[in-house]
Design a protein around this ligand. Structure first.
Ligand code: KG4
Ligand code: ZN
Length: 332
């Protein structure tokens, strides 16, 4: 089965063509991230306008790169939420139109569940049940996935998301947007030092919930009224990264211990972080679980995992029944 996936939930306009949920025939992404770097964050109205400008050419390019035409496509999959409403509408209305004009099935996809399916795009697929951690710009969700379509939320952030913590603290250090990659880059030469300056919120709490807003406050208190040179910024960046990684890895491995899944699935933009990947690898090496993490390009937003998720959760609806929903949660 060949699925065209469309993803426009935030500042990436993406289309991809996937065969049988695992084989990437094409994956095309246009990003307005550089524009948002100038303003230090996303202006939703601007993001939506960029989506409109790019969607047709990105979709056409995905067909061209796969060397396919619309007659080869079996279904259209699209992100319906969560995300920015203006951005989501561009993808949803485009998918509806294609589905109607081409007379194809349309499959709605939850962006957060979609992220997990980046782990199915490869040679070996995860065995279920799995514990999954989705760490993105707006979400930090720890889940137990019994089977496709059966997801239970076991923990999530009580305030800021992990990606948001990277983005906001990077801004306090004067590092460019998006903050995650900037902090990762700045951290490099300080990684082998003792890094415990900042708090690890909820680390000793028995729940699987996270909290990152205290970290932002601690960083603000530490750096305000200081004239930071590059080496100070690098050291603080390493401290921030270590605090976030420490909490994510410690709490998630506790959940893996409790649920004894066959696989652990790391996903979302923050999963591109090499320190996080390395720490999970180290910790899980001694545990009886198979660790899956997508290549860094597949961690950040793209349409390949949207099409894969649609294949494994094939719930087509009529084009007239599909709507964007910016508030979707991972269990909706
Ligand atoms: O999943 P994603 O691409 O978009 C959303 O659905 O939100 O995640 C974006 C988030 C941003 O907060 C960005 O700073 C973070 O992922 N991110 C990273 C890295 N690359 C992207 N965080 C830490 N290290 C990275 N290498
Ligand atoms: Zn995302």
């Amino acid at each position: 089965m060949i699925i065209l996936g469309i993803e426009t939930s935030c500042d990436e306009t993406a289309a991809a063509i996937i065969e049988d949920g695992t084989n990437v025939l094409s994956s095309v992404i246009a990003s307005s991230q550089k524009m948002h770097a100038i303003t230090g964050g996303i202006i939703p109205e601007q993001a939506a306008r960029q989506q409109l400008k790019s969607i047709i050419s990105v979709t056409q390019t995905s067909l061209n790169e796969a060397k396919l035409s619309e007659k080869d496509i079996d279904a259209v999959a699209v992100t319906v939420g969560p995300g920015l409403i203006g951005s989501l509408l561009v993808g949803v209305e485009t998918a509806k139109t294609l589905s109607w004009v081409w007379d194809k099935q349309i499959i709605p996809v939850n962006h957060l569940v979609g992220h997990l399916y980046a782990n199915w795009l490869g040679d070996t697929q995860p065995t279920l049940p799995a514990v999954g951690l989705v760490v993105s710009g707006g979400h930090t969700d720890l889940i137990y996935m019994k089977d496709h379509g059966q997801i239970e939320l076991i923990g999530s952030t009580r305030d800021d998301a992990a990606g948001e913590a990277f983005d906001k603290t990077a801004r306090l250090l004067g590092l460019p947007y998006p903050g995650g990659p900037s902090i990762a880059l700045a951290s490099q030469q300080y990684l082998d030092q003792k890094l415990n300056l900042f708090p690890r919120p909820l680390l000793d709490d028995k729940s699987f919930d996270f909290s990152f807003s205290g970290l932002k406050t601690a960083v603000l208190r530490e750096v305000q009224n200081k004239d930071l040179n590059q080496s100070d910024k690098n050291r603080y960046a390493a401290e921030i990264q270590e605090a976030i990684v420490d909490v994510l890895v410690t709490k998630t491995t506790r959940a893996i211990d409790k649920y004894s899944p066959k696989s652990f699935l790391l996903a979302g933009g923050v999963a591109a972080n090499s320190r996080l990947r390395e720490k999970f690898e180290e910790k899980l090496d001694k545990m009886n679980v198979e660790f899956f993490v997508p290549s860094p390009e597949l961690c950040t937003d793209n349409a390949a995992y949207i099409a894969s998720c649609a294949y494994f959760n094939n719930n087509p609806v009529s084009w007239s029944e599909i709507d964007a929903n910016p508030e979707l949660t991972i269990t909706d």
